[in-house]
Design a protein around this ligand. Sequence first.
Ligand SMILES: *Cc1c(COP(=O)(O)O)cnc(C)c1O
Length: 356
Amino acid sequence: MRPAHALIDLNALRQNYLLAKSLSGQRALAVIKANAYGHGAVQCAEALADIADGFAVACIEEALELRAAGVSKPILLLEGWFEADELPLLAEHNLWAVLHHAEQLNQLEQTELAAPLHIWLKLDTGMHRVGFSPTEYADTWRRLERNNKVASLTKMTHFARADEPDTGRTEEQLAVFAQANEGLNGPASLCNSPGILAWPSAHGDWLRPGIMLYGATPFSFVQPQAEQLQPVMQLESKIIAVRELPAGEPVGYGSRFITQRPTRVGVVAMGYADGYPRHAKDGTPVLVDGQRSQLIGRVSMDMLTVDLTDLPGSSLGSTIRLWGAGLNASEVAAWADSIPYQLFCNLNRVPRRYLG
Ligand SMILES: *Cc1c(COP(=O)(O)O)cnc(C)c1O
């Protein structure tokens, strides 16, 4: 069998969730949209079932997959419903919904429902992607308060730059949030992972941890809280061929890498069809039997090449870790002009194996 696989450590996932909660003492919806950032949504939901306060996903399709698998905890749809005909299903399956624009409000008012919905009313505090503007917010809140199709109301916003603590932007968003919510009573939810890790003053009542659950740091600098995260995914494969080249020889497509010295090249069964980033540069770190080495040459669809010259103990069959414990996906992502979120979501073809 092809040796490429992703080992998913569900105990690490649980530890990361508990870390999010311990930083604030508040309730937390585990964000498991996009197939739990490539980690397997059903498996992750089941692993967290006894400790999570609930889950958050991007759409009803993702939520119904979890309900079909027996997940009974609350599930929040982060963009609410897209079409009014989803509303009866939301009531039937007890799905909570973000409400972020006026047309959704009209649809809610015009649809008969078997049960009232838990609504998270989204405020645009400056990210300018989704949410009601501060001037519309209080009126919309009061209109929902009077609506008997609403079981509960939660205040919500989202940060654009919580991973960059020195920009002043999060303070500005917090000020807009406080002002727009003056006089409105209800729980509040503001924080994604960087908010949870770096903005204790913003924690509110409900956290929404995503990337931190999977053990990758959202920061591009060493951040003390993020240092406590445990990588959940180990993306691994093996060396399937070794060759010795003299100096001056090209390696791989486009001859991007030229050997500068006599070089021992290891060929690894891992490529961009597996989700390894094709834009990873020469020098991108990899672990060879636990020791650091580096990518040389362009990543192909099914294979990539690494430098084994300084690792004489390595050979055919040596284990290559592309990211995981000892090599954070965030570090690899930076070498590929990407972010760990995208590396995880792009995971493809490789079988996932579960630990714990
Ligand atoms: C995806 C998402 C999150 C989780 O963000 P992370 O940075 O992965 O923690 C939280 N809130 C909303 C609205 C999201 O869309």
